[in-house]
Design a protein around this ligand. Sequence first.
Ligand code: HEC
Length: 101
Amino acid sequence: MKRLIPIFFGLIATTALADPFANGNPQAGKALVEKSCVACHVSMFGGDGSKIYTRPDRKVKTADQLKARIRACNTNAGAGWFPEEEAHVAAYLNATYYHFK
Ligand code: HEC
């Protein structure tokens, strides 16, 4: 738990600055992604799978594309997320990897 506290405040600071997904909760999003999404991305890219978001030729270039991609992966993965949960995931991925304003 101690280990998580700085991460938590770091995410709050990041999202407070500028964020098209300010209504999402990045902490909740992180848990959702770890549960439903990471394993497949790891099998493709190794490591923690985050290269899928940070590789130079990544596909998602705008906040709207990020939303659309999360929706599509939600459906494909059968995660069954509600729109609020997609918003949490968007907030998490944006705060951590994409940094769209
Ligand atoms: C069964 C495998 C699989 C699962 C499960 C999966 N993904 Fe993906 N994901 C992919 C593939 C394949 C791509 C596209 C890679 C490409 O186009 O180069 C991708 C791409 C993405 C991208 C875009 C990365 C970029 O290029 O910028 C995002 C964001 C993403 N996934 C989010 C999610 C989320 C959120 C979940 C959980 C609901 C999820 N994925 C679950 C296979 C998966």
